[in-house]
Every structure is written in C-alpha cells, then in structure tokens.
Design a protein around this ligand. Structure first.
Ligand code: 6PG
Length: 250
C-alpha cells in the first residue's frame, strides 16, 4: 500500500470548501459503484467547517442522502442534544439540512440514553452497531470515507498518545475517561476500527498542529502520535492548510 498523500491549501476556509467538494464527489462515486455510501464523521472545528461547506454547496444534492450510512469516529459522552455532542454539531452543520434516512444515522448512545451514564455499555453497543453494518469484516463496515481532525499532540477521534485507547488492539469501540481534551468522558473508535475504512482523511489547520503533522508524516509511532496510525485500507489523505503544513519538508 502506498504511503499517505498530502494536499495543502492556502488557508482553512479553502481547505473546508475543497474538502467538501472532494467529499461530495467521493460519496457520489461510492453510490455509483455500490448503490450506497458510508461516512464516518468527526468532531472538532475542522470537521464541522467541512460539513457546513457541504451544506452550502449546490452540488450537495448529487448525493442521495437517503442511501448514506453515517457514523461518528468518536462522541463526547453527554446527554442527548447537548451542544458539545459531536452528533449535535454534525446535525446543525449538515444532517438536519439534507434528507438522510434516520435509520441510517448511527449515533452513539448519549449519557441519558438506554445505558444511562455508563460509557462502557454505550461503547459496547456501538461496537454492535458497527458489526451490523454492511460489508462488516472484523466487526466493522468498510467505510468509504472516515474523517478525522487532528489534535496538537497528534490525537485523532478520542485516541490520545500512550492512552489505553491507543493500545487497544481487539475492541473496535472503547470508552475514554479523563480525556485531556474536554469533555473528559467519551466513546471512540479504536485504530483497528479506523483502519477498516477504505479512505481515511486527516484534516487540520493552523500552526499549532504543524509539529504533530510533521511527526506523523515522518513516521512517528502511533502510540506516541495516534494520527500516525490512522490509515485507510485503500488511501490515506492528509488535508492541510499552509500553516499546519509549515514544518513538512519542502
Ligand atoms: C473531538 C474530535 C477531536 C477533534 C480534534 C481536532 O471529539 O473533539 O473528534 O478528535 O477532531 O481535537 O479538533 P479541531 O478540528 O477543532 O482542531
């Protein structure tokens, strides 16, 4: 498998707009090939900006949103509708503005849901949701595109350096406690689950991410820098603005 591809754009606004266009095309192509598409969403500002650009795009209706299976790479373990939940933010940015099939929007149980305030039970239930997904091998669907933001220390989803989650090699979804990025309790896919995706797109902007980007692309250990372990089975794509790419070799 070839190494990651890197695409650098002038600034964060252009990155979000171009990545939205790229995402729309990827979903259309997946539906043309297989009649359906599966997309894993991310939390964070960069991911939300991309979804907002999809919503604003005249091309968005080229996607048959009723035939897209939607998942989240991680979720903040908060009550349903909480403004900090990734589901809440994804719905506001896009999902509430396109005709998705509610049965194909696979959200992580909230902390006031079926399992109450038990993130381990919510994680186990989400693992069962993944296992029931199409083309599930190893208990995870072959996602067409899995979106990830990247933290300053190289986290992706809620997988942080040298954490129990980054060392998880068997389970596909885990509870994360005492997360360095608030809120502290989350549910996250693990790296083995992320690697089931056909394409993994890592999207980040700003000078504060430049060290993590450079280290990941220079071959850092995933334990030290989880973004380095986020690879797709067919393609790994780093989508950066010039500031986040500022420490890459010219
Ligand atoms: C979360 C995200 C997290 C995020 C990164 C980057 O739930 O917080 O999943 O992994 O993507 O922290 O966030 P920004 O795009 O806002 O820098």
């Amino acid at each position: 498998m070839t190494g990651p591809a890197v695409v650098v754009h002038r600034d964060g606004g252009l990155l979000a707009a171009v990545t939205a266009a790229r995402l729309i095309t990827a979903l259309v192509d997946a539906q043309a090939a297989r009649g359906t598409a599966s997309l894993v969403l991310t939390g964070g500002r960069t991911g939300a900006a991309v979804l907002e650009q999809v919503r604003a795009s005249p091309a968005r209706d080229a996607v048959d949103w009723s035939r897209v299976d939607l998942y989240w790479g991680d979720e903040r373990f908060l009550p349903s509708g909480h403004p900090d939940r990734n589901e809440t933010q994804s719905r506001a940015a896009l999902l509430d503005h396109v005709p998705v099939d509610p049965a194909r929007v696979h959200a992580v149980e909230p902390s006031d849901g079926r399992f109450g305030d038990d993130p381990d039970a919510a994680a186990a239930a989400y693992a069962e949701v993944l296992a029931a997904g199409g083309e599930a091998a190893g208990g995870v669907p072959a996602f067409d595109v899995l979106l990830l933001g990247v933290g300053e220390e190289g986290h992706v989803a809620s997988i942080f350096p040298d954490s129990p989650a980054v060392h998880e090699g068997a389970r596909t979804v885990v509870a994360v406690r005492d997360c360095p990025k608030p809120p502290p309790t989350r549910v996250s896919l693990t790296l083995p689950a992320i690697r089931r995706a056909r394409e993994v797109w890592l999207m980040t902007t700003g000078e504060a991410k430049a060290d993590a980007v450079a280290a990941a692309l220079a071959g850092a250990s995933p334990t030290d820098l989880p973004a380095a372990g986020a690879t797709g089975s067919d393609r790994t794509l780093w989508l950066l603005d010039a500031a986040a790419a500022g420490k890459l070799p010219s």
